[in-house]
Design a protein around this ligand. Structure first.
Ligand code: HEM
Length: 132
Protein backbone atom coordinates (compact mmCIF):
# COMPACT_ATOMS: atom_id res chain seq x y z
CA UNK A 1 0.00 0.00 0.00
CA UNK A 2 1.22 3.51 -0.83
CA UNK A 3 1.66 6.14 1.86
CA UNK A 4 -0.29 9.38 2.13
CA UNK A 5 1.10 12.90 1.67
CA UNK A 6 2.26 13.89 5.13
CA UNK A 7 4.72 16.77 4.83
CA UNK A 8 6.57 19.24 2.61
CA UNK A 9 9.05 16.58 1.46
CA UNK A 10 6.15 14.46 0.18
CA UNK A 11 4.74 17.50 -1.65
CA UNK A 12 8.17 18.31 -3.12
CA UNK A 13 8.48 14.80 -4.58
CA UNK A 14 4.99 15.02 -6.06
CA UNK A 15 5.52 18.47 -7.57
CA UNK A 16 8.92 17.58 -9.08
CA UNK A 17 7.56 14.41 -10.67
CA UNK A 18 4.51 16.27 -11.95
CA UNK A 19 6.55 18.96 -13.71
CA UNK A 20 8.81 16.31 -15.22
CA UNK A 21 5.68 15.00 -16.96
CA UNK A 22 4.46 18.52 -17.78
CA UNK A 23 7.74 19.53 -19.44
CA UNK A 24 7.69 16.48 -21.69
CA UNK A 25 3.96 16.70 -22.48
CA UNK A 26 3.00 17.26 -26.11
CA UNK A 27 -0.11 19.30 -25.40
CA UNK A 28 1.01 21.63 -22.62
CA UNK A 29 4.82 21.35 -22.40
CA UNK A 30 5.42 24.24 -24.83
CA UNK A 31 3.51 26.67 -22.61
CA UNK A 32 6.04 26.14 -19.83
CA UNK A 33 9.15 25.61 -21.99
CA UNK A 34 8.67 28.06 -24.84
CA UNK A 35 6.04 30.62 -23.83
CA UNK A 36 6.65 31.23 -20.12
CA UNK A 37 10.24 29.90 -20.27
CA UNK A 38 9.84 28.84 -16.67
CA UNK A 39 12.82 29.25 -14.36
CA UNK A 40 12.35 25.94 -12.50
CA UNK A 41 14.69 26.74 -9.62
CA UNK A 42 12.41 29.65 -8.90
CA UNK A 43 9.05 28.05 -9.74
CA UNK A 44 9.34 24.75 -7.86
CA UNK A 45 9.73 26.20 -4.32
CA UNK A 46 6.74 28.49 -5.02
CA UNK A 47 4.73 25.39 -5.89
CA UNK A 48 5.88 23.59 -2.72
CA UNK A 49 4.63 26.62 -0.75
CA UNK A 50 1.36 26.69 -2.68
CA UNK A 51 0.46 23.04 -2.12
CA UNK A 52 1.72 23.03 1.46
CA UNK A 53 -0.63 25.92 2.12
CA UNK A 54 -3.51 24.13 0.37
CA UNK A 55 -3.10 20.91 2.37
CA UNK A 56 -1.72 22.08 5.70
CA UNK A 57 -2.78 25.77 5.88
CA UNK A 58 0.78 26.90 6.57
CA UNK A 59 0.24 30.45 5.29
CA UNK A 60 3.29 29.89 3.09
CA UNK A 61 1.65 31.10 -0.13
CA UNK A 62 0.06 34.54 -0.45
CA UNK A 63 0.31 35.27 -4.17
CA UNK A 64 -2.47 35.29 -6.78
CA UNK A 65 -2.47 32.27 -9.10
CA UNK A 66 -5.69 33.31 -10.84
CA UNK A 67 -4.00 36.52 -12.00
CA UNK A 68 -0.85 34.63 -13.11
CA UNK A 69 -2.93 32.39 -15.37
CA UNK A 70 -5.07 35.13 -16.85
CA UNK A 71 -1.81 36.98 -17.69
CA UNK A 72 -0.52 33.76 -19.25
CA UNK A 73 -3.69 33.52 -21.33
CA UNK A 74 -2.76 36.88 -22.89
CA UNK A 75 0.65 35.52 -23.92
CA UNK A 76 -0.80 32.32 -25.41
CA UNK A 77 -4.45 31.27 -25.51
CA UNK A 78 -5.20 28.63 -22.88
CA UNK A 79 -7.90 26.11 -23.75
CA UNK A 80 -10.14 23.86 -21.72
CA UNK A 81 -8.20 20.89 -23.14
CA UNK A 82 -5.00 22.32 -21.65
CA UNK A 83 -6.60 22.34 -18.21
CA UNK A 84 -7.94 18.81 -18.74
CA UNK A 85 -4.45 17.60 -19.64
CA UNK A 86 -2.87 19.45 -16.69
CA UNK A 87 -5.39 17.76 -14.35
CA UNK A 88 -4.87 14.36 -15.97
CA UNK A 89 -1.13 14.64 -15.28
CA UNK A 90 -1.69 15.89 -11.73
CA UNK A 91 -4.14 13.13 -10.82
CA UNK A 92 -1.91 10.54 -12.50
CA UNK A 93 1.20 11.67 -10.62
CA UNK A 94 -0.63 11.73 -7.28
CA UNK A 95 -2.00 8.21 -7.88
CA UNK A 96 1.41 6.91 -8.88
CA UNK A 97 3.00 8.03 -5.60
CA UNK A 98 0.40 8.29 -2.85
CA UNK A 99 -2.92 7.18 -1.47
CA UNK A 100 -5.02 8.34 1.45
CA UNK A 101 -7.14 11.31 2.55
CA UNK A 102 -4.53 13.97 1.68
CA UNK A 103 -3.90 12.39 -1.72
CA UNK A 104 -7.64 12.58 -2.38
CA UNK A 105 -7.80 16.15 -1.08
CA UNK A 106 -4.91 17.42 -3.22
CA UNK A 107 -6.59 16.07 -6.37
CA UNK A 108 -9.96 17.50 -5.40
CA UNK A 109 -8.43 20.92 -4.64
CA UNK A 110 -6.59 20.96 -7.97
CA UNK A 111 -9.86 20.27 -9.79
CA UNK A 112 -11.71 23.04 -8.00
CA UNK A 113 -8.90 25.58 -8.49
CA UNK A 114 -8.76 24.63 -12.18
CA UNK A 115 -12.51 25.26 -12.37
CA UNK A 116 -12.08 28.73 -10.85
CA UNK A 117 -9.26 29.50 -13.31
CA UNK A 118 -11.41 28.43 -16.24
CA UNK A 119 -14.41 30.45 -15.06
CA UNK A 120 -12.08 33.43 -14.80
CA UNK A 121 -10.50 32.94 -18.22
CA UNK A 122 -13.36 31.61 -20.35
CA UNK A 123 -16.48 33.00 -18.71
CA UNK A 124 -15.27 36.44 -17.67
CA UNK A 125 -15.02 35.71 -13.94
CA UNK A 126 -17.73 35.27 -11.30
CA UNK A 127 -19.61 38.34 -12.51
CA UNK A 128 -20.26 36.45 -15.75
CA UNK A 129 -19.49 37.26 -19.37
CA UNK A 130 -19.22 40.91 -20.39
CA UNK A 131 -22.20 41.83 -22.52
CA UNK A 132 -20.50 44.62 -24.45
C1 HEM B 1 -3.70 24.90 -18.62
C2 HEM B 1 -3.20 24.59 -17.41
C3 HEM B 1 -2.05 25.33 -16.79
C4 HEM B 1 -0.96 25.91 -17.38
C5 HEM B 1 -0.57 25.89 -18.85
C6 HEM B 1 -0.18 26.54 -16.32
C7 HEM B 1 1.00 27.22 -16.52
C8 HEM B 1 1.66 27.94 -15.56
C9 HEM B 1 2.82 28.77 -15.80
C10 HEM B 1 3.51 28.93 -17.15
C11 HEM B 1 3.16 29.35 -14.63
C12 HEM B 1 4.26 30.38 -14.40
C13 HEM B 1 5.48 29.73 -13.91
C14 HEM B 1 6.59 30.72 -13.70
O1 HEM B 1 7.11 31.25 -14.69
O2 HEM B 1 6.95 30.98 -12.56
C15 HEM B 1 2.23 28.87 -13.64
C16 HEM B 1 2.26 29.20 -12.32
C17 HEM B 1 1.45 28.64 -11.37
N1 HEM B 1 0.46 27.70 -11.57
FE1 HEM B 1 -0.17 27.03 -13.35
N2 HEM B 1 -0.81 26.34 -15.13
C18 HEM B 1 -1.95 25.60 -15.35
C19 HEM B 1 -2.86 25.19 -14.43
C20 HEM B 1 -2.71 25.33 -13.08
C21 HEM B 1 -3.61 24.78 -12.09
C22 HEM B 1 -4.87 23.97 -12.39
C23 HEM B 1 -3.11 25.16 -10.87
C24 HEM B 1 -3.61 24.87 -9.48
C25 HEM B 1 -4.42 23.89 -9.20
C26 HEM B 1 -1.91 25.94 -11.12
C27 HEM B 1 -1.14 26.53 -10.14
C28 HEM B 1 -0.11 27.41 -10.37
C29 HEM B 1 0.52 28.21 -9.33
C30 HEM B 1 0.19 28.20 -7.85
C31 HEM B 1 1.50 28.98 -9.96
C32 HEM B 1 2.45 29.97 -9.30
C33 HEM B 1 1.91 31.35 -9.44
C34 HEM B 1 2.83 32.32 -8.72
O3 HEM B 1 3.79 32.76 -9.33
O4 HEM B 1 2.54 32.58 -7.55
N3 HEM B 1 -1.71 26.02 -12.46
N4 HEM B 1 1.33 28.02 -14.23
Amino acid sequence: MKKDILDRADIALLVKNFYDYVRKNEQIGYIFNDVAKVDWDNHLPIMFDFWENVLFHTGSYTRNPIRVHSDLNVLTPLRREHFAEWLRLWHGTVNELYEGPNAERIKQRASSIATVMQVNIFDGGISGPRMS
